[in-house]
Design a binder for this molecule. Structure first.
Ligand code: NAD
Length: 423
């Protein structure tokens, strides 16, 4: 991955009738910030972690995107994820650009106190370059409301002000929004329901396997089960389980939550620890003969190496980038419908937007109000993507990119000045 755009974005830039200005601006990240984040370990030694924040594009509004704690975080990965956020926010018609950041760390190797010091240290390094009108972080892989609470507190301490719109995904007590935790899974379900409606299929006849039973995947699985879909398998990094007749994800989630304990930030337990279901080799879940494969773990779960094993007719991309570009082309060629990440997992950033509005206005919305707004937005945007794919004869991903890029391009053009030089 490079700082330049990727094949999918290039395809959109090449295909659409855009100005040169828009094409050039979208091919480059606006800001890529590298930080050395020091913390004092519990044994008194100092350790320095590498971290990045990428603000890919800010034409539509402040950069918006998560912060990831993972040993595999790199500048290239953060750039790619920030680019996807740019597309996602534009697609969802939100007044945000795209950003992403992360710390190269195995957070599970830190004590809870060290994790708090690391989260605060990250904010100290980034403070001048973030804020409600500049760049608004949120949770991502291995970060959660608790960590956002520490970050928000650090931001406020330095600013000597209460600024609830500086960070989203905060705990409710600190100005978080109702509905944020389940938002990504909830909206992924809306997209799947739209596909089912257009395919004239009933949820009870649709089998689903879910890779990644974390925040996004578990909520999706629970809500999809309640909506009548048949969840036959779920997995996490500890293993996978399978039940031909379908399983109820709720008790599995409850068990996993118990594994967090009072003083822990991460769960110690796996879906495999529930003894009621047949165990499955983790990677075999991807090859199950199901109607829908929901990918909710990490990038590149499906690549050219295993794309031949995929039997599902539909892939629901709840994670960011779970299907590599080459595998995506192969699946499209085989007639597999890939419902793309930039639409499917956009529920999280949409409710983050609602949290940002509440933070700025001091208003508090009920869970019902958040839910109604989320549904209304997906009822508007998801059909636009399906219709555009049909009209262009393209994949859903190309359709989503086309809508997003046209929105950003219109904003770049509206900012003006190129017309003065056109004679
Ligand atoms: P999370 O850390 O809560 O969950 C990730 C899950 O994936 C964990 O259960 C982990 O055990 C599992 N996992 C990791 N490797 C696996 C493997 N090889 N096989 C099976 N399971 C594996 O993270 P999350 O917040 O749920 O995010 C998951 C994905 O969704 C990420 O790509 C993230 O960027 C994306 N996403 C999340 C949100 C959100 O609101 N949580 C919003 C948008 C996008």
């Amino acid at each position: 991955m490079s700082e330049q755009s990727t094949p999918i974005l290039d395809r959109a830039l090449g295909r659409l009738d855009l100005s040169d200005d828009a094409r050039k601006m979208l091919q480059h990240a606006h800001k890529r910030i590298q930080m050395s984040v020091p913390i004092r370990r519990d044994d008194g030694t100092l350790e320095v972690f590498l971290a990045w924040r990428v603000q890919y594009n800010t034409v539509l509004g402040p950069a918006k995107g998560g912060v990831r704690f993972h040993p595999g975080v790199t500048l290239e990965e953060a750039t790619e994820l920030a680019r996807w956020m740019t597309i996602k926010c534009a697609l969802m018609d939100l007044p945000f650009g795209g950003g992403k950041g992360g710390i190269q760390v195995d957070p599970k190797s830190l004590s809870r106190q060290e994790l708090e010091r690391l989260s605060r240290s990250f904010v100290r390094e980034l403070h001048n370059l973030m804020g409600p009108d500049t760049d608004i972080p949120a949770p991502d892989v291995n970060t959660n409301p608790r960590i956002m609470g520490w970050m928000a507190d650090e931001y406020d301490q330095i600013a000597r002000a209460r600024t609830p719109a500086a960070i989203t995904g905060k705990p409710l007590a600190l100005g978080g929004s109702e509905g944020r935790v389940a938002a990504t899974g909830q909206a992924a379900l809306y997209v799947l329901q739209e596909w089912a409606k257009r395919s004239d299929k009933k949820p009870k006849d649709i089998t689903v396997a879910v890779q990644g039973f974390g925040n996004a995947g578990a909520h999706f699985a629970m809500l999809a089960h309640k909506a009548g879909f048949k969840i036959v398998a779920v997995s996490d990094s500890g293993g996978a389980i399978y039940a031909k007749e379908g399983l109820d994800p709720e008790p599995i989630h409850t068990e996993k939550e118990k594994g967090k304990g009072l003083d822990k930030v991460y769960s110690d337990t796996s879906v495999r620890d529930g003894k009621d279901h047949q165990e499955l080799e983790t990677n075999k879940l991807l090859a199950l003969d199901v109607d829908v494969l929901a990918l909710a773990a990490l990038q590149d779960a499906v690549t050219v190496d295993n794309v031949g094993d995929i039997q599902a007719g539909v892939i629901l991309e709840i994670a960011n980038g779970p299907v590599s570009p080459d595998a995506d082309d192969t699946l499209y060629g085989r007639g597999v419908t890939v419902l793309p990440d930039v639409l499917v997992n956009a529920g999280g950033v949409t409710v983050s937007y609602y949290e940002w509005i509440q933070g700025r206005t001091g208003d508090r919305w009920s869970a019902e109000e958040v839910h109604d707004r989320l549904k209304a937005r997906f009822d508007r945007i998801a059909p636009q993507c399906f219709d555009r794919a049909e009209k262009d004869g393209s994949s859903m991903r190309d359709a989503a990119y086309a809508i997003a890029v046209e929105r950003i391009s219109a904003a770049i053009e509206s900012r003006g000045d190129s017309c003065y030089f056109k004679g």
